[in-house]
Design a protein around this ligand. Sequence first.
Ligand SMILES: [Zn+2]
Ligand SMILES: [Zn+2]
Length: 324
Amino acid sequence: MSLRELVVLGTSSAVPTRHRNHNGYLLRWDGQGFLFDPGEGTQRQMLHAGVGAHDITWICVTHFHGDHCLGVPGIVQRIARDGVAHEVQAAYPATGETYWRRLRHASAFADTSVITERPVSGPVTTFEAGPVTLTARPLSHPVESYGYRLDEPDGRRMIPSLLAERGVRGPSIGELQRTGTVTAPDGSVVRLADCSGPRPGQSAAFIMDTRLCEGVFALAEGVDLLVIESTFLSGEEPLASRYGHLTAAQAGRVAAESGVRSLVLTHLSERYDAEDGPRFLEEARRSFDGDVVLAHDLMRVPVPRRDHPDRRARSHVAKASSAS
Ligand SMILES: [Zn+2]
Ligand SMILES: [Zn+2]
């Protein structure tokens, strides 16, 4: 069984609070682990969450404010100390190279050679990350900030009743998947399309510090799982705009207009406490009728099961109604 889930390591913006660590999120995607924005204390949060350095295959930093990157030294040194042997790729804004070099070599340790730097720049950067594509797009924040998105390619799903009808069974099913055709017991040629249907690829987006901008919507479009900052409630919208952040109401609007299936709100300002949680959900739900959760530390959020065919239709309905 493939495992696709978000492990939330920390959820606070700017400074940690008694209940929220600095940011940190591991997206487990089959055999890979995408560690987004390791803030201060991420190494210890991983311990609490049952995540090891060996689980990390990518480190993706949105920008170089401390709540998104001060955990990099601990993570890098733990990768070295634990003898991680596989390649770990590190994506971050190219303009922050100086910050990256300092964090990467922050103190004395027996270094590792497994980390490969993949700086991002320009309007779109894409990487092949095993079977999935990782895309980075610029956001709008006082320092250069990039959001990320993961896309699995579309595939095909075998339909057991059609396989049985054509007499294709056992190892022949694997051959049909690999080669696209197989000879049935009655001598006829069976094509993949005869016994399968489309299986849309899954996707997830990770959008941290930003105002509403083109990049936000491009990253969120049609994803199964959207992890997005909602630093403020809408009463503080002018403040959010000035400092380059989103409100929970704006995050909900992004999810609705983009046809997102499951929404995770995070990166909360320290001005809010536990009693304010329902207000974040209520604001997001004003426009978004899909699943929405307010992240808390050490929470696990599954990537929703495979797409439902009417998702695109929902997306377009939402767009049409928001335009009116
Ligand atoms: Zn932040
Ligand atoms: Zn920031």
